[in-house]
Ligand binder design. Structure first.
Ligand SMILES: Cc1cc2nc3c(=O)[nH]c(=O)nc-3n(C[C@H](O)[C@H](O)[C@H](O)COP(=O)(O)OP(=O)(O)OC[C@H]3O[C@@H](n4cnc5c(N)ncnc54)[C@H](O)[C@@H]3O)c2cc1C
Length: 416
């Protein structure tokens, strides 16, 4: 019998699932539904577009022909409003219904607005969020004319806003809570390298700050941010990156375990509801390395999850599990930066600053490496990732992890 697969979302996880399903099940009906107006593009590269460093063309990954050639039905501009898991149906805003034998939810997240925290004028004209290519087009167009900027959100996406300001010549203030950038993953020593990188781009970090409210002019355009200390920062451009709300509204009336922090799946990307799978940023998956629930927010992980889900969907069995050490790099500065694994989830951390621009921090849990951050020298990443995959107990040998050259032979062998 011909199987019918419906995939919600045409990001990297949904799109790679469609490709794998077609390979695994050449006769199947495969439909990909997205509320965006364009097929898969490289979300990682939209920051380079917003910076003004890349034109549109290289950012696109698939044309509509790519789907046609594979017999995949692509529905653009189609917002899914609800799913009926008993009837095996998906309903869209335009009234259309899609029947499925197996469903993959790969709808990712939407940037959280400061309005969720009661910040006045959080969605005023000129206050930007960054997730889609359309966002990048707006950010770039506005950045080309802007003079003063404010950035909020001291994490991996906030730094992209800072890089846009640097590249577009916007004189910007980066308002951070606490005394440093990405305080959950870095000590002050490590973060200072990033602060210097920001300053070199004309972006000034402001600590123990944040936004209490935005002020707008008579036309509703942002003109200042007021921080919790009452300091006023004039701005005609603002970027907010304080996290994601996952897109699960359409599952509200289903038994799928989901909320705005994601969808719960096992290591095979199965939800607890028959024939419903999930993949990508949206999943709170069972991490077989950590032995507990985890969440990733990176391109490589989302792609792998899409492929794993598709293989299990096509075989109607648990043929492949997701076991992955993710990584995320930043290339905006004159030095490399990489975070890997789960750098913020440790119960212990070891770190070392080798010189003004080289730093390593390793996160451990129960004596095992689970993630970390490398600045300046990324060479140790392969060995540290290997240790994560092997789940080696290194708790009493952490000095080896900080040696300039890591020698794995100095560590106790992995348990079989
Ligand atoms: C500016 C930026 C820079 C980044 N840089 C890096 C980086 O350097 N390295 C890295 O590893 N990762 C990076 N990431 C993160 C990476 O892009 C994501 O982890 C990855 O794209 C997630 O893919 P996904 O398929 O899970 O979800 P998404 O790419 O979010 O795709 C989900 C899709 O579902 C659609 N959708 C949502 N709700 C509905 C609905 N109700 N109906 C229909 N369609 C719906 C959405 O519009 C979207 O197209 C970056 C992200 C951004 C925004």
């Amino acid at each position: 019998m011909t199987q019918s697969y419906v995939i919600l979302g045409d990001g990297i996880s949904g799109s790679s699932a469609a490709e794998t399903l077609r390979e695994e099940d050449p006769e199947a009906d495969v439909t990909v539904i997205t509320d965006e107006g364009e097929p898969l593009y490289n979300r990682i590269l939209i920051k380079e577009f917003a910076k003004g460093k890349l034109p549109e063309a290289p950012i696109s990954i698939h044309s509509e022909d790519w789907y046609d050639e594979r017999g995949v039905n692509l529905e653009l501009n189609t917002h899914v409003t609800d799913v009926d898991t008993d009837a095996h149906e998906v309903h869209a805003y335009d009234g259309s219904t899609y029947e499925y034998d197996k469903l993959l939810v790969a709808t990712g997240g939407t940037p959280t607005s400061l309005s969720s925290f009661g910040v006045e004028n959080a969605d005023a004209d000129g206050v930007h969020h960054f997730w889609t290519f359309q966002d990048a087009r707006r950010i770039r167009e506005h950045a080309e004319d802007a003079e003063q900027g404010v950035i909020v959100g001291a994490g991996l996406l906030g730094i992209d806003f800072a890089a846009v300001c640097g590249a577009q010549g916007i004189d910007a203030k980066y308002l951070m809570r606490g005394n440093r950038w990405w305080r959950y993953a870095l000590s002050l020593e490590g973060a200072e390298i990033i602060h210097d990188g920001l300053r070199s781009k004309g972006v000034e970090p402001v600590f123990d700050s944040g936004v209490d409210r935005f002020e707008v002019d008579d036309d509703g355009r942002v003109e200042a941010a007021i921080d919790p200390n009452g300091e006023r920062f004039e701005c005609d451009w603002a970027g907010v990156a304080i996290g994601l709300d996952f897109n699960v509204e359409f599952l509200e009336d289903t038994p799928v375990e989901a909320d705005h922090s994601g969808i719960v799946v096992d290591e095979f990307m199965q939800t607890g509801v028959e024939d419903v799978y999930a993949a990508g940023d949206i999943t709170r998956f069972h991490d077989t390395i950590l032995g507990e629930q985890a969440q990733n927010g990176s391109w490589g992980s989302a792609k792998e999850q899409g492929q794993v889900a598709a293989k299990n969907m096509a075989s109607d069995d648990e043929v492949e599990e997701f076991r992955w050490v993710s990584s995320y790099s930043i290339t905006h500065f004159g030095f490399p930066f990489l975070s890997f694994g789960h750098p913020t989830e440790g119960d212990d951390y070891v770190e070392r600053k080798y010189d003004e621009g080289t730093y390593r921090r390793v996160a451990l849990k129960d004596g095992k490496v689970i993630g970390g951050v490398l600045i300046g020298d990324l060479a140790p990443q392969q060995k540290l990732k290997q240790l994560i995959r092997e789940e080696r107990d290194v708790g009493d040998q952490t000095d080896v992890l900080l040696a300039e050259q890591i020698d794995l032979d100095e560590l106790a062998p992995a348990q079989q």
